[in-house]
Design a protein around this ligand. Structure first.
Ligand code: ADE
Length: 252
């Protein structure tokens, strides 16, 4: 997976993606990224201006179309294909684990990070394939949302997590929140680890974990619980067939 991030603050992206699991995945070559400064594509050679006033009036400045378009074209030329282009904006669809899994299938992903009051609509129409938000609140710029998405997508890229399985069993992997987990000691502050987890009975442990996931999801995320129940309706219990009573034979 190769990320191409169009931004006015490349150093923010470079710092954000250089540590921990993502930093290691980059070192090992499972993912790569380039943070491209949109300002380098400004037509204004003197001041490298990339924003201007909004037609029709209104507060704030707007990012202009031309530098963003030229920046994008340079990426397209470099990779010699038409990638998906994600514009991170509070006006987009809310990012989900399902979207992360879909994006993780791509070879290249381009992110456009907005600033100021937004971006000239014409360049968005020209290059953007996906409008994505990380939630219903407004941040000062698109860099943090882009990094949030890159983190969530990257951990689904094969090789990035040490244990590939953990991406499957954790929260949302099956549409439910993860069950509670415990480590040593067996008792802490008078609280004991649920005995079933010490039983060694894997089937029982799995059943208990699913039950706990259901309880937790119902309580904390009723929206997810409802969807899970629609997707996985409880199986109707098999009716036990009543044995026919033996006909009484005469003389008995
Ligand atoms: N830019 C500013 N706020 C944002 C949000 N909530 N999601 C994505 N991009 C944003």
């Amino acid at each position: 997976m190769n990320y191409h991030i169009m931004t006015l603050f490349p150093e923010m992206i470079e710092q954000g993606l250089s540590t921990s699991i993502i930093g290691r995945a980059i070192e090992k070559g499972f993912i790569s990224f380039e943070a491209i400064n949109i300002r380098d594509y400004s037509g204004d050679l003197k001041h490298h201006k990339v924003d201007d006033y909004t037609y029709g009036g209104g507060a704030g400045m707007l990012m202009q179309a031309q530098p963003i378009y030229d920046c994008y074209k340079a990426i397209e030329d470099k990779i010699d294909s038409k990638p998906r282009v994600i514009y991170v904006t509070p006006q987009g669809s809310v990012f989900t684990q399902k979207m992360a899994a879909e994006f993780a299938q791509e070879k290249d992903l381009v992110f456009l990070c907005g600033h100021y009051e937004g971006v000239d609509e014409r360049v968005l129409e020209e290059i953007v394939t996906d409008y994505v938000s990380i939630g219903d609140y407004v941040l000062t710029g698109g860099e943090l949302p882009a990094m949030v998405m890159i983190d969530a997508i990257s951990r689904l890229v094969p090789g990035v997590l040490n244990n590939d399985e953990s991406a499957l069993t954790e929260s949302f992997g099956n549409g439910l929140l993860e069950y509670p987990q415990y480590s040593r000691p067996e008792e802490w502050m008078g609280k004991k680890v649920p005995p079933i987890l010490l039983s060694g009975d894997h089937k029982k442990v799995d059943e208990w974990r699913l039950e706990q996931s259901l309880i937790r999801t119902k309580e904390r995320r009723p929206d997810l619980y409802e969807q899970y129940m629609i997707d996985n309706p409880p199986k109707p219990e098999k009716k036990k067939r009543k044995r026919k009573p033996k006909p009484e034979t005469e003389g008995e």
